[in-house]
Design a protein around this ligand. Structure first.
Ligand SMILES: Cc1cc2nc3c(=O)[nH]c(=O)nc-3n(C[C@H](O)[C@H](O)[C@H](O)COP(=O)(O)O)c2cc1C
Length: 222
């Protein structure tokens, strides 16, 4: 094996992990959820400060409260985004959009049926530091949280579990915080439904990396 040999198993898992929004009713044990979170916290964060906490929700009443808020948010968001969404550029794009919308709508109407919902919290802190020449904004705190979410998604995949990064609930973020007694000093960045997916893994449609990658200077494509 040369030094650039690829771990096919790992690479394939990364390439074929996609949003999963339909779940069977099979449960996911706490120890498995925790194992996914163990992978999450191994992700990079600025200065290794790990600006996040998690809330694992499986109580039916609490899940149903979260689902109600999610549905309310989706009912406002979807029509609003439909008005500004560009027309699909091809038949394939149109089919992909239709599938995505149907799955998103399904999730909105069945969120409480996912065995576990994980909230990702971020403390409202700034990572901007100052010296005598002024402020140094080296990136938002969010940038230190989403890698953990990506690790969570991939660790779930290692267990054959599906999830999807959702944020639409943020339309009612204050109410979501109340459901789980989350102090106001945290933002709720993501809600991750976790369960056994009914869909299959596969390479999802994306813009090719070659089309959006420059070499050395901007716009120099290969
Ligand atoms: C920042 C962010 C917010 C998202 N919010 C939602 C959401 O609220 N609801 C939802 O169903 N999917 C949400 N998604 C999932 C995207 O729609 C999904 O990742 C994208 O369509 C690609 O899906 P695919 O991997 O199946 O192709 C979000 C993804 C990201 C990165």
């Amino acid at each position: 094996m040369g030094s650039t040999a690829r771990d096919e198993h790992l690479y394939d898992a990364i390439l074929t992990t996609r949003a999963m929004r339909r779940f069977t009713d099979e449960d996911v044990p706490d120890e498995v959820v925790l194992d996914c979170l163990r992978a999450a916290v191994q992700a990079p964060s600025g200065g290794n400060i790990q600006p996040y906490q998690f809330v694992v929700v499986r109580d039916p009443d609490r899940k149903s409260d979260l689902a109600r808020l999610y549905r309310q948010a989706w009912a406002r968001y979807e029509p609003a985004v439909a008005k500004v969404r560009p027309e699909p550029r091809s038949e394939a794009d149109a089919r992909s959009l239709a599938r995505n919308l149907a799955a998103s709508d399904h999730l909105a109407h069945h969120l409480e049926q996912a065995p576990v919902l994980v909230l990702v919290l971020m403390p409202r802190i700034s990572m901007v530091v100052h010296d005598d020449q002024g402020a140094m904004d080296v990136g938002p705190t969010y940038a230190s949280v989403y890698p953990a979410v990506a690790n969570f998604i991939l660790a779930a995949r290692a267990y054959g579990l599906g999830t999807v990064l959702t944020t639409v609930f943020r339309v009612y973020e204050d109410e979501v915080r109340e459901v789980c007694d989350v102090p106001d000093r945290f933002e709720v960045l993501a809600l991750l439904p976790l369960g056994h997916p009914t869909g299959r893994w596969g390479v999802a449609p994306r813009r090719p990396a070659e089309a959006i990658t420059s070499w050395e200077t901007f716009g120099a494509r290969r």
